[in-house]
Design a protein around this ligand. Structure first.
Ligand SMILES: Cc1ncc(C[n+]2csc(CCOP(=O)(O)OP(=O)(O)O)c2C)c(N)n1
Length: 575
């Protein structure tokens, strides 16, 4: 703690975790952005003692952090839940090698799909990967538990999974902070039998992994990460994570066993807890992870019915679970997500809609090209799939007009291998890289194509056009989507050719370049009420009650896309 720092700080769960890790002597931190985990690295990057990086994807982040831990420095990996899928290959074997200095794998789940493509429950990875799992329920626990995680990692020679959820990651709390402890760097390991996972070595390591799980089970019985509160109502709750706070809010007199060390389970403690209760309830968000295990212990309990497996738990769900009632349908009042005013992606999707092509999409702001009235993006599976699913669709329908789209950060993350695959396997078609020179979806992080590191230092700038050419694509064009007509005719031309082409639609995100031009002029007498200008889904073009439109001067960024597509010429560029 430096002298200027306050001892109590108001921190989000992500920041508190970062602070705790920093104080635990963290040396290397690697991540690829993803909501709700992004702020962990953003926070850590302000400490010069921590070598922080945005890695190009989660597998790379995992391996760099693991390498540093094997090298003898406390290290941390962070990603969102789906990011861990990308890193699963090294994860499964890191469980066998173990570590040299502490290694914590932070993964942030997103119950309720605030910003994700699925709702997977990462607690299962602890069983599959044979790794301990820690689960804080609040920012102050994230701060305290992460320190413990490094100790467990070193004591048991294991990577440790550390699961956050959106509510824990993004809620804020006053956290009492302390000073950083410097750890002595350990020597580089030369232990071939431990770190070279050829079958003979891996077999022996697997035996040790099973032994480690037994030892961790014993540890689970005594660790203070699992906490017991004895109430006086005869009702007891077995829970983990943020559900604990909802229970306390709704049933303050109940007994609660909160699992902060979620896996392996503390069987004796659970048995003892349930013994004197009139009724045991298991309350957990998403999957029946605790529930399935408690069934194997033969302990009777009550729990939520299946409708609660979907979506985030709310405090008001808890009484309904106790009363055995199904979940009430949550009425969504969320506003419709829309591309920002002046967003360059809107130009591309307006063209694609006009061309009536099938578009294999990917994940980023541009996924909003799928929302009506644009409705011009037809698949979105995972990062990188814009290129590979394009190939699959074309293999299924070689005669159809199919285009693949992908963002710049996503192209570097996992699009390049798909492009090499397409070239190698003689695929034809058109890929459009929507290059807004940032990772906009997660708040505008740098990546190799921006020429800056996480701390804003200059880095060699990766040129996407050169990468595409090196992959073997011969038709590579770079064009700003603001040259609307040129871009449209280039797309038409490339679509008609019997070749594989890449068009890089390059224009910086409006949130980086806050450039605004005057709003266009609207001549109502020329307006045919055809609705073309409304079809681009721009928040600046507003339909009036009499069927005409008005340009919202406050909202309009002056991109003039509406001018481009207004065939009656009722809209014209200002001045
Ligand atoms: C495996 C995985 N990691 C991270 C994310 C979170 N995420 C979604 S899209 C995206 C990148 C968006 O950047 P880019 O491709 O440049 O598109 P933009 O949003 O800038 O249009 C990220 C990091 C994710 N969904 N999946």
């Amino acid at each position: 703690m430096n002298q200027k720092e306050k001892t109590i700080q108001f921190l989000s769960g992500d920041e508190a975790l970062g602070r705790g890790a920093y104080e635990a002597g963290l040396g290397v931190a690697c991540a690829y952005p993803g909501t709700p985990s992004t702020e962990i690295l953003e926070y850590l990057s302000k400490y010069s003692e921590v070598d922080s990086q945005w890695s190009v994807n989660e597998k790379v982040a995992f391996e760099v952090a693991l390498g540093a831990a094997i090298g003898g420095v406390r290290s941390l990996y962070a990603s969102k839940h789906v990011g861990l899928n990308v890193a699963m290959d090294p994860l499964m074997t890191a469980s066998y090698t173990g570590i040299n200095a502490g290694f914590v794998i932070v993964v942030c789940d997103d119950p309720g799909l605030h910003s994700s493509q699925n709702e997977q429950d990462t607690r299962w990875v602890s069983i599959y990967g044979k790794l301990p799992m820690i689960e804080p329920s609040s920012p102050s626990e994230a701060y305290r538990f992460i320190k413990e995680a490094f100790q467990i990692s070193e004591q048991f020679d294991t990577p440790v999974l550390f699961r956050m959820t959106t509510r824990v990651a993004h809620s804020k709390e006053g956290v009492q902070i302390a000073v950083r402890t410097e750890n002595e760097k350990k020597a580089l390991p030369m232990d071939i039998s431990k770190y070279v996972m050829v079958p003979g070595n891996a077999f022996k390591r697997h035996i040790l992994v099973e032994k480690r799980m037994e030892n961790l089970s014993k540890y689970a019985e005594t660790t203070t990460l699992n906490s017991l509160e004895t109430g006086n109502s005869g009702i007891g709750f077995l829970t983990s994570g943020v559900s604990y706070h909802y229970i306390k809010e709704m049933f303050p007199d109940a007994s609660v066993l909160k699992l902060g060390f979620t896996y392996p389970f503390c069987d004796s403690k659970i048995r003892e807890f349930s013994r004197d209760l009139k009724e045991l309830y298991i309350v957990e968000e998403l999957d029946p992870f605790i529930e399935e295990h408690v069934k194997t212990l033969g302990i009777p309990f009550k729990t939520k019915e299946n409708s609660y497996r979907i979506g985030e738990l709310q405090p008001q769900d808890i009484p309904r679970i106790v009363e055995g009632l199904p979940r009430t349908e949550v009425k969504s009042t969320a506003r419709k997500p829309v591309l920002c005013r002046g967003c360059p992606h809107r130009f591309v999707f307006t063209i694609l809609k006009r061309l009536k092509v099938t578009v294999a999409g990917d994940i980023g702001c541009y996924t909003l090209g799928a929302t009506p009235p644009l409705s011009a993006l037809h698949t979105c599976i995972c990062m990188g799939a814009g290129i590979t699913v394009h190939e699959g669709l074309r293999r299924a329908h070689p005669d159809q007009k199919i285009i693949g789209v992908i963002g710049d950060s996503t192209f570097i993350h996992s699009g390049i291998t798909g492009l090499i695959n397409a070239v190698y396997n003689n695929m034809k078609g058109l890929i459009i890289i929507l290059d807004n020179s940032t990772t906009a979806m997660t708040g505008g992080q740098n990546h190799p194509g921006t020429g800056q590191t996480i701390t804003g230092q200059k880095a060699p700038r990766l040129l996407l056009e050169e990468i595409c050419k090196s992959c073997g694509v011969t038709n590579v064009d770079v064009l700003t989507p603001f040259k609307f007509k040129e871009l449209e005719s280039l797309i038409r031309q490339r679509l008609a050719e019997d070749a594989l082409s890449v068009i890089i639609a390059r224009e910086p995100c409006r949130l980086i370049e806050r450039r605004r031009s005057p709003a266009p002029e609207y001549v109502q007498s020329k307006c045919k009420k055809c609705g073309l200008c409304l079809s681009i889904d721009c928040p600046g073009v507003v339909k009036t009650e009499d069927g005409y439109i008005t340009i919202d001067q406050e909202t309009c960024a002056g991109c003039n896309l509406c001018v481009e597509i207004c065939s009656p010429k009722a809209l014209r560029q200002h001045g």
